[in-house]
Design a protein around this ligand. Sequence first.
Ligand code: GLC
Length: 715
Amino acid sequence: MIQKYRFGKPFETDAVVVKQPDAAVFGPDSTPAVPYFTVKKVDANAQTDLSVGRFGPSAAKPVKDAWQFTLDLRKGDIVYGLGEAQRGINKRGWLYISDNVDDNTHTETKYNLYGAHNFLIVDREDGQGNFGIFLDDPGIVRFDVGYTDMNKLIITASGLDFDLYFFSGRSESGKPYAITREFRGIIGHSYIPPKWGFGYGQSRYGYENEADIRAVWAGHRDNGIPLDAIYLDIDYMVGYKDFTVDTKAFPDLPALSAELKADGVRLVPIIDAGIKVLEGDALAQEGIDNGYFCLKEDGTPFTAAVWPGNSYFTDYLNPAARKWFGSQYKFLLDQGIEGFWNDMNEPSIFFTNDTLRRGVEMASSIGIKDYYEIDDWHKLMGSAFGTMAASQYYQQFYHMVDGEKILHEKVHNLYGYNMTRAAGEAFEELAPDKRILMFSRSSYIGMHRYGGIWTGDNCAWWAHLQQEVKQMPGLNMVGLLFTGSDTGGFGQNTTEDLLLRWIEFSIFTPLFRNHDSKGPRCQETYLFTDKKAFANMIGIRYVLLPYLYSEYVKAARNDDMYFKPLSFVYDSDPIAKEIEDQLMVGESIMVAPVVTQNATGRNVYLPEDMRMIRFRSGEDYDSEELKAGWHYVRCDLAEVLVFLRKGRLLPTAAAAESVSRLDEEHLRVYAYGDGSYTLYQDDGFSKDFDNPAHRKAITVKDGAVSADDVEVTLR
Ligand code: GLC
């Protein structure tokens, strides 16, 4: 059952597409009553937890009055959800703040990341009275899940205006999975990328010209390492200006793109949120003339520095501005480009001219000395320059929505979502018969209809590989199915073993991209010693692709999850409830990646008897049956373990160098006993997902396999 409560006059976020009736409406002076929680009005400024915020103590300045919801938690209660948020699958024991931020060092003690996903589930220790809650509030929201008091869940809204939804699960069973499905049923179907978007992609902030791209292409093909995409970071543009191509570096982008495409490789350029301030520039002028940019209090465009230098910020909340920005992608679509990544869209702001001026003045007031007192240093670094990239700017500009001027901070978390929506809506018009690859850094619930996300600027740390495994189910709960992290780590120097282990997990994430920053050592796989190992590991992604793609599309169409925590499947198994480093991938398999350095294996918990398949390549594998319970299993570098459930099937193909070369007419199916499977197959481009011809039954009975329309051998 779904119950919706309206508080004040919320901003329409378009997160929910299946509108729900109001169970009650509460004005600012009412005494609200909602299920499960006690409600009170708090002076948000007075809260102790306000000492945290974006990049430091002084940043977040919420409105004075806010509704706060408090619930007692029992020892064994589990809290699931909050999308991209850091820490565990069980969110207990930390404070999470929905306040989208560009933070390139997101350690476990940070409070906020790039996305705001205000959906969580309370799974009671006795299974009675479970519920899901979605706070549709685009401002700064606090989820204190046992941070102030270990036994309390305290949710503080951004103010007095928002919609609050409760879910008890369609079947009334109160199981977290049923609750998730009920929630997903009202936010619309998830985005489905073109099939090549599931292939392996290579990226680096630092590819500067056509020669760099050709070297990456050759590096893969010469070493038999599969490749479907090469990403173009900001250096392909002229002065980091959106919708331009530096023709000195890329003299003929359409020709290059066509040549690569003939070999099954696509170029995927980045698009940044900020538009360069440039005298006489047609795009900037068009934005100014039509009022498409966010404004300052005085009605003039707000500008601040990001990669292009001083930049305007498109008012994506204004439908006309959204349409205008979206239409610009045509410039690159016309050059043969079929995919994009949207970046810096929290929006990220480095500084404004005002803060830079203040910083320089303060620094010069200290001057150059032979000896600095520590206070001088703090003034210089802390006050002068240290706080320039802070949330202060979000209180300095406005959106115009239906003639109303809205302070950015009140709708802050919608920015990246609406940039990606701008692109998604435009693609429907510009390329109606085609799927375009699209993923974003920043997001809010609802963006899953237009694209996926990557998990932002991680580091080459084993901890970040471990973190990524835990982020996947939360993201899937809010419909963000097309996800993955910067494989190998974006910041810092990776190592060959970390990259291999990371790939061993990323083989299962729908977005599979190796991305790296400018400073650290290069991490293209062919630069390391054991090139064959990388070719085999990435090849296994293509081996598994018939199954992974089929499970992805079915999850997207059925408002289901592709990655699930074990507890969503084995919901009466107390051990499964505590497992945070193994995941269910689709209906047939479980994965248990090795995520610690120098480990030659790991402990794996099997909630039921399973067949463990150890892949060294598509052709080289062995398998054994394992009984339910704990097992120590060996898993060397360059091996991938897949745990197949009893009665389920795993359709696979032979490895291929690109998705376009995958032979999906001849499949090899792994089985564990008799079973049946509905395989989803299509051309990878068109959008007739519900065409019954795309669903093919595969059956294994008494050791014999049969299938519709595909030749299948049993393994
Ligand atoms: C941001 C992005 C990163 C990109 C860089 C340069 O840090 O998160 O992926 O490489 O900007 O564009």
